[in-house]
Design a protein around this ligand. Structure first.
Ligand code: MRU
Length: 338
């Protein structure tokens, strides 16, 4: 059975997603017609956030199968592998992207005819999308137990329903707590340079009627010092055996939280865990300098200035108070069993 919650990405006679580059001004669906267009949508952050990228990765296989003109199953699988490779390489840090691609590709490759491959690819993607919503509700239920009535949460970037197929991870915890009647409120960091916090998190929470106050990330230390923040909750793009990779700036909040003895929680599904690797093995995506140097077409920095623009940072696990997953809450060095 399909859930009736609003989705960020779905299949309806083709692949659709909410174009997140248009928010908060416009909430509009975008139809994806080709793998090339999906790669562009992933790179431009029309679809973004680790779990949503997992679903996008899986749907890419369904899309490639739907669009294929291969004459036999063997040729079709070869085409799917090419598409899979293009999608995997579009953004390197969030492990969910390649996880979703690989899972759908594995399922599809077991098909013995063109029709069966198409059917299996789409079924696998739909399962991943449905699962994502169920898993996020479980993360929400587990995490809500950690929040008390009246607490104020700091979050960074967007780990809400827009970053997933639905409900959200870090914001899913906030939503689940609010659903239980706990009066929680949120400080949302604007999240330079692409403003996922102000454009997406603030928009989502306002839609839900959950009190939200927008701040620049540089304000979190001062708020912690004034005891205005009870807990920090963020999502993750990848959790290796020693670190949490999430939006650049997450590490700063974690260090500040430790100094101020404020719990620092990471909410993520098991599909975000990467047991095979440690921090050193992970590629952190570096993005276009123009993202920092211009805003809405206005130049903010002198032409030709050197720029460093990593999209993510790594927070060592010893700064993390707990990992909130669908299988429960784990306090490092304890990790969820996979
Ligand atoms: O560059 P983005 O917007 O894809 O970065 C997203 C994040 O860093 C999120 O916090 C993370 O993917 C978790 S989403 C539930």
């Amino acid at each position: 059975m399909h859930s009736t919650e609003p989705r960020t990405i779905w299949w309806d006679e083709g692949l659709w997603l909410i174009d997140q580059t248009q928010l908060p001004e416009r909430y509009i669906p975008l139809k994806i017609e080709s793998i090339r267009q999906l790669v562009a949508a992933i790179k431009s952050l029309s679809v973004r956030g680790a779990p949503a990228l997992g679903a996008a990765g899986a749907y890419s296989i369904a899309l490639a199968a739907e669009r294929s003109h291969a004459g036999n199953a063997f040729d079709m699988i070869a085409e799917l592998e090419v598409a899979a490779d293009m999608i995997r390489r579009s953004r390197p840090t969030a492990i969910n992207l390649s996880w979703g691609v690989d899972r759908a590709l594995r399922e599809a490759s077991e098909g013995e005819s063109i029709d069966e491959i198409r059917e299996r690819a789409l079924r696998s993607a739909e399962e991943i999308a449905e699962e994502d919503i169920r898993i996020n509700h479980a993360i929400g239920r587990n995490g809500a137990k950690l929040l008390e009535d009246g607490e104020t949460i700091l979050t960074h970037c967007n780990a809400g329903r827009l970053a997933c197929v639905g409900w959200g991870t870090a914001l899913g915890v906030v939503r689940s707590a609010a659903e239980l009647g706990k009066r929680v409120q949120v400080f949302a960091c604007e999240t330079r340079p692409l403003h996922q916090g102000s454009r997406l998190t603030a928009w989502e929470l306002k839609e839900d009627g959950i009190p939200v106050t927008l701040i620049c990330e540089s304000m979190s230390g001062s708020l912690m010092r004034k005891a205005r923040i009870d807990k920090v909750i963020v999502g993750a793009d990848r959790i290796t055996r020693d670190a949490v990779f999430n939006k650049i700036g997450t590490y700063n909040h974690a260090v500040l939280a430790k100094h101020h003895k404020i719990p620092f929680y990471v909410a993520a599904p098991l599909s975000t865990f990467d047991r095979m690797n440690g921090e050193e093995e992970i590629i952190i995506e570096e993005r276009d300098p123009e993202e920092i140097c211009t805003l809405g077409g206005v130049r903010l920095a002198p032409l030709g200035v050197d720029v460093y623009n990593p999209a993510f940072d790594a927070t060592p696990l010893d700064l993390v108070s707990a990992l909130i997953t669908e299988k429960g809450v784990f306090r490092p060095p304890l990790m969820p069993p996979i």
